[in-house]
Every structure is written in structure tokens, then in C-alpha cells.
Ligand binder design. Structure first.
Ligand SMILES: Cc1ncc(COP(=O)(O)O)c(C=O)c1O
Length: 282
């Protein structure tokens, strides 16, 4: 099965896809992206991802890009790959221009895409839960825009790996809990789910939104509000949500065991229901 790229109107093997060195995404991180996954040959939440991509581009005043063209291209790339469980990466940069800080007066956004098979979270983590650490959020003030400026996220993830755990949760100096390096965070206390509200400090995760919808259907109360590290450590359950992360239960944060140290009933239920929703999509 081919891992493919799309670039400048052409489909090709990923290794053959090259962008010019003066692409503003490369020199300034002036690019936005999306990751869309499929379940059993059907892409999940395409329009929601396209909505967010458009919003990211709008927030950064990118020249217009045709939504229909992006959609047609990603479906074509997906079809050509033949993958049942695909992860499609879409990146749009402001374009190629002589290196200079101001936005170029004219530039054509550069769209690149790749398709690979989803690199799955190991089943053992899904069944037994993961451990995470916390770290001060040192990202910029517009984490709601899905830009490729992910250096702080990569440093935080690397720190987790070096600590022998799965991921890192960003928290503020004042002890407000934000999100993980590539997923959102939910905690559960006395049957109520709590997650950070949609502000400029977190990404509006598509999976976060789907989880909240599922909670509504299942009559599980959700509070979108700020919460502290103390509340997080004292939670009965905690879990990450993300496109390929799905719902991933957390059993330890720093030194603190969450709940009884086993994956909680609400996280397990949501994990199963989310996977079913993905399989039924299309
Ligand atoms: C910082 C951050 N938060 C949350 C998410 C989860 O978003 P989604 O559910 O749309 O994958 C991501 C996904 O990449 C992310 O990078």
C-alpha cells in the first residue's frame, strides 16, 4: 500500500515530495495543518476538520484557498492510498516568498498532504491506561490556531519519553490545567466530566467536541471550565482525547495515582463509544 504525498497538483511517493526552501512554513512556521483519520475506509469528521482549517487560515489572514479543492484532493489521496485506517496530514503555508517578516503582498498558499497508515496507540496503553507528567505551558498565546509551530509541544513530548511516560500535560504557573502535547484533557469527578473551555490557550479538538456530544447523548454531565492542578490530581478519572489518540485513559499524573490506578468506567465507556462512532461514520 503506498504512502503518498500531494504537492502542486500531483500525487507522488512521500520521498519525492519537496518544497522550496523559501516556503514561509519552513522559514517562519507560517503554516497551518490538520490531521484526519479514517476508520475501516471511511474518513471521520472531514467537514469539522475543514472548518477548523479554514478558521486557522482566517485567523492568520491567509489568501483564500478553495475548500472544495482541499476536500476533493484529500479524498483522492485517500482513495489512491487504499489504506483502511489512514492518517491524512494536510498542511497549508502562506506560500513561497523572499524571506522577509511581513506577509508578502501576493503569495499563493502552498498545500501539501501526506497519507500514511495511522500509527496506533499500543493496545496495552488503551487497556491499562497511561502515565503523564506536567510541565509549565511555554507555548504562544494562540494555541487555538493549529499552526505548525510545534517546537514546545515536541520538547514537552520528548521530556515525557525521557521520563518514561506517555505524554506531558501543559499547566500554567498559576496551576491552571490546559491540554496535552497533541490532545485535549478531560478529568472526571463524582460522575461529572470537566475540560478546559474553548479559549486562545488550547486547541478546539474535534475529538473533544465529539466526546462532549457523546456525553450529551449518554446523559453524562460535562463542565467546560478552568480547573486547577489540585482538582486534576484529585480526579476519579482522567483521559486524553485526539484524532488518533481517541479516548486514552490516564492512571498516573506526576507522582499521583489517579482514582484507583485502573482505567475508569467513564473513560472506558467513552473510548468504546467513540470507536463505534468512528466505525459507523462515513
Ligand atoms: C495541542 C493539541 N490539542 C488537542 C488536539 C486534539 O485535536 P483533535 O481532536 O482535533 O485531533 C491536538 C491535535 O493535534 C493538538 O495538537
Amino acid at each position: 500500500m503506498p504512502e503518498l504525498a500531494y504537492l502542486n497538483g500531483k500525487f507522488m511517493p512521500i520521498e519525492s515530495a519537496m518544497v522550496p526552501i523559501e516556503d514561509r512554513g519552513y522559514q517562519f512556521g507560517d503554516a497551518v495543518y490538520e490531521v484526519i483519520a479514517s476508520y475501516e475506509g471511511k474518513l471521520f469528521c472531514v467537514e469539522e476538520h475543514l472548518d477548523r482549517l479554514e478558521r486557522s487560515m482566517r485567523e492568520l489572514a491567509f489568501p483564500p484557498v478553495s475548500r472544495d479543492e482541499v476536500r476533493d484532493t484529500l479524498f483522492e489521496l485517500f482513495k489512491r492510498s487504499g489504506f483502511s485506517r489512514a492518517g491524512i496530514y494536510i498542511q497549508v503555508s502562506r506560500g513561497v516568498a523572499v524571506r522577509n517578516h511581513p506577509f508578502p503582498e501576493t503569495s499563493t498558499p502552498q498545500i501539501v498532504m501526506t497519507v500514511r497508515e495511522v500509527s496506533e496507540v499500543p493496545q496495552e496503553y488503551r487497556e491499562n491506561g497511561i502515565s503523564v507528567i506536567t510541565m509549565t505551558d511555554f507555548r504562544w498565546g494562540r494555541c487555538d490556531i493549529k499552526t505548525v509551530q510545534l517546537l514546545p509541544n515536541t520538547i514537552a513530548k520528548q521530556r515525557a519519553i525521557e521520563a518514561g511516560v506517555y505524554d506531558t500535560i501543559f499547566v500554567t504557573e498559576a496551576g491552571v490545567v490546559r491540554e496535552a502535547t497533541s490532545s485535549n484533557l478531560f478529568v472526571v469527578k463524582n460522575g461529572i466530566l470537566i475540560t478546559h473551555p474553548l479559549t486562545e490557550n488550547i486547541l478546539a479538538g474535534i475529538t473533544r467536541m465529539v466526546v462532549i456530544d457523546l456525553c450529551r447523548e449518554l446523559d453524562l454531565p460535562v463542565e467546560e471550565r478552568f480547573y486547577s492542578t489540585d482538582e486534576m490530581f484529585d480526579a476519579d478519572e482522567a483521559f486524553l482525547s485526539g484524532t488518533t489518540t481517541e479516548v486514552l485513559p490516564i492512571v498516573q499524573i506526576d507522582e499521583k495515582i489517579i482514582g484507583d490506578g485502573k482505567i475508569g468506567p467513564i473513560a472506558s465507556r467513552l473510548s468504546a463509544v467513540l470507536q463505534r462512532r468512528g466505525l459507523e461514520s462515513g
